[in-house]
Write a protein that binds this ligand. Sequence first.
Ligand code: ATP
Length: 347
Amino acid sequence: METFLTHPLGPKMKERAKLDDLVVSTRIRLARNVKDTVFSPVLSKEGERQLCDRLEGRLRGLKGFEYLHMRDYDEVTRQALMEKHLISPAVAANEESAVFLSEDETISVLINEEDHLRIQTLLPGYQVKEAFELANQVDALCAESLSYAFDEQLGYLTTCPSNIGTGLRASVMLHLPGLTLTGRISPILRELRKLGYTIRGRYGEGSDAAGRLFQLSNQRTLGSHESQLLADFMEVTEQVIQAERHAREELIAHRQEELEDRFYRSYGILRYAKLLSSTEAIERLSDLHLASDLGILSDWSPPKFHELIVRLQSGFLQKHFGKTLSTQERDRERATLVRRTLDQGLV
Ligand SMILES: Nc1ncnc2c1ncn2[C@@H]1O[C@H](COP(=O)(O)OP(=O)(O)OP(=O)(O)O)[C@@H](O)[C@H]1O
C-alpha cells in the first residue's frame, strides 16, 4: 500500500499527455455485477465480506495488481487514496469494500461499490480511446473468472437503472478557467445537461468544482453501442475544449491587464500566505496554471499543477506528516508547502 502514497501522482499520471493543459485526466468505468448474487443495496455487511473474499479468490490471478481491503486501513489512508482518484468516495467510506490496484495506478477494480464490481481506468490528459481499450482488457480478464449478471436484451444489469446496458461511464476532468472567468460556463453546463451529459466536481457526485475543475461524463448507457457512446462523448468534449480555447483568446485580447493583476495577486497570496485552505490554494493555483498557459508566467507545467492539487489535500497532507492535523495545522502546512514549491520552481 505505502508505494501508492509516496507520490501524489502515479508513474503514468506524471507523464505529459495529449491536451493536458486543459484535460487533467480521462477515466473509464464499467459497472458489473456477479450473476446469482443479490445486488449491493440489499447485501448485508456479512454478504459484502463474503463477496470480497470470493472475488479476491477469483481475481487473484490478475498479474501486477495489489489487493487492498478497506478495513485494513485507517480513514486518512483511505482518504488519500480517494484524493488520488484511485478509489471512489463510496469505497473509501465502506470498510467492507476493496480494490485490486495495478502497480502503475492506471487500473482499479473496485469491489462493493454501488455495483459488485466497478472497473476503472485512469490516464493523464485526453485519452478516451486508450482508457476504454484498457478497461475492456481488464473486463475480459475478469470475465474469465466470473459470470456477470447479463440480459440478452438489456445488456449488463446494474444497481442503478441509469447504468444498465453497457455500464459505461466515460469522463474527462477539465480545467475551464476561461469559460468560468468570461461567465460562459453556466449556459454551457445547462446545454450539456440537456444533451444528456453529467457535470460534477473533482470527487464526482455531490462534490463542487473547486479550481474550475469540472468532470464531464455521459449519463446514458443503454441503447447504443459503446463505440457510438464514446464517439458522441468525444465530440461533445472537443466542443467544450474549443469553447474554452476561444474564451482564453478573448480574455487575452480584451482583458489582459485585469488578468495579469489577478495572476499576480494569486501569486502574492500563494507566495506569502501563512494559512491556506485547500479550496483557496486550488483556486489560486488554477490562476497560475492559466497564466502559464497564456504565456504570462513561465515554468508552471500541468504536471506541477496536478501534483500539487493532490499533495495539498487534507488526507495526503496528513499522510505526509504521519499524524492527524487540526484544520489550522493543515492550513499552515499547506501554505508552507506551497511557499517551498514556489521558491524552487517559479520566478
Ligand atoms: N476524469 C476523471 N479523472 C479523475 N478522477 C475521476 C474522473 N472522473 C471521475 N473521477 C473520480 O471517480 C470517482 C467516482 O466519480 P463519479 O461519482 O462521478 O462516477 P461513478 O461512480 O462512475 O458514477 P455513478 O456511481 O454516479 O454511476 C470520484 O472519486 C471521481 O473523482
